[in-house]
Write a protein that binds this ligand. Sequence first.
Ligand SMILES: [Zn+2]
Length: 207
Amino acid sequence: MDETAFPAGAYCHAVDRIIAAGRRMDRFGWVPATAGNISIRLPDGTLAITRSGGHKGLLGVDGVIRVDATGRPCTPGDRPSAETLLHCQIYAHDATAGAVLHGHSVASTVLSMAGGDALALEGYEVQKVFAGQDTHAARVHVPIFDNDQDIARLSHVVAPHLAGMCAGYIIRGHGVYVWGADMDVALARLEGLEFLLACELERRKAR
Ligand SMILES: [Zn+2]
């Protein structure tokens, strides 16, 4: 690993934050089995990201690898997740993005499988965690895209919608993608979005 391109310890700090984020997501049940992936953008533009496979609640230092801005491993032989491309797409789109989180929650899976191309969330105090949402009276629009094992094709479907997103997006029957300027912001947004989705699920069950 070459750490000469950015301050010493930056990679190790990113790995620590990714391991902690994995544990937190696991506590909520958002990364079952080997689901999910987590990344941080490093000062030189490369990414620290979870390796393909492995439980995100049980990550060790070896569970995180470094890839370039296009998703190619910096160390030959390292195997990134196929979904690394979706992280790269978010960082390329948003120069302020510093961390990306992807999980497979029950609420995002069930709600997205109910149909529709988006969820409209309004009336919730928690939605103020998202950028540009100053009041519960505003509406949070969360796009839903059909799942696709061809991640490059999926990224092309997502691309035109990225500019209008304030809370991230959902892949149908699969899970959410959320990002923020740093890991703390990304985690707050993920927690906020998952709270809203859980509330929506409960309300629909009550109908
Ligand atoms: Zn996934």
